[in-house]
Design a protein around this ligand. Sequence first.
Ligand code: DAK
Length: 253
Amino acid sequence: MILVHREEPIAVVQLNRPEALNALSPELMKELVSALEELDRDEKIRCIVLTGSDKAFAAGADLKWMVSHTAKELLAKDPLAIWDRISNVKKPIIAAVSGFCLGGGCELAMMCDMIVASETAKFGQPEINVGIIPGAGGTQRLTHLIGKSKAMEWILTGNIYSAKEAFEAGLVGKVTPAAEYLNEAKKLALKISEKGSIAVAHAKQAILKSFELPLAQGLKEERRLCFELFDTQDQKEGMRAFLEKRKPEFKGR
Ligand code: DAK
């Protein structure tokens, strides 16, 4: 259900369950999390692109699996806890989205660090239409990204929004022509791969802290992470290369 295409220094992870528009079943999520964690440990990979098909990034969590569960079962076993592990991946993950990106699919895209979308992409949190609310970060991450009023509209109506609307709202970083979304995401991933990998991971960590911490604490955390980089070879190399008017050769050390 998950295909991994290694194109060092990047990897493209593809959701591949076309018969269900990439509905995110527990089995698919298990495979996805282990693929991402393995790539996170792999020194040859610097940046990950997560994509689906042209028709669907993912149409949500698997309703066929969810339909029969009770609150007691979910609270006791929390079979969906595995989703949280995606936010622990240290390398940047770029979501390359085309077609349906709904419910858990939209939440998965928001767990990634950037979203590049085809102009055909359709975003939304339609959980309300099936009697629930988002459960994998939709009410929290979407609100941070697009603000309270729009998040209320998205989540309370369950409406579907175009890539252009998602871009204007601040959910999506870049919209591309239909044939270009994956290439554009890969280009972005390659550009990031040229940088020092420790600095990239620290930058990701610092930015994500801004979701959690009050400003004063976030600024302290940013300073700590910035100062830490002064003990890396990449910092010496980056600054020396600038002074010697040459391109830096970062080693990730
Ligand atoms: N789950 C299971 N199967 C799905 C599916 C889904 N979410 N979405 C589509 N499919 C299946 C359809 O059942 C159909 O299968 P067959 O009937 O052929 O066997 C096949 O994919 C093709 O779908 P359609 O025939 O419906 O295709 P259309 O082009 O006509 O329509 C659509 C496309 C995307 C508009 C439609 O399929 C649709 O509305 N899908 C459901 C969208 C939705 O409601 N998504 C939100 C689901 S709730 C949590 C984590 C996550 C979540 C909650 C908690 N924790 C960590 C606590 C998330 C919840 C959700 O995402």
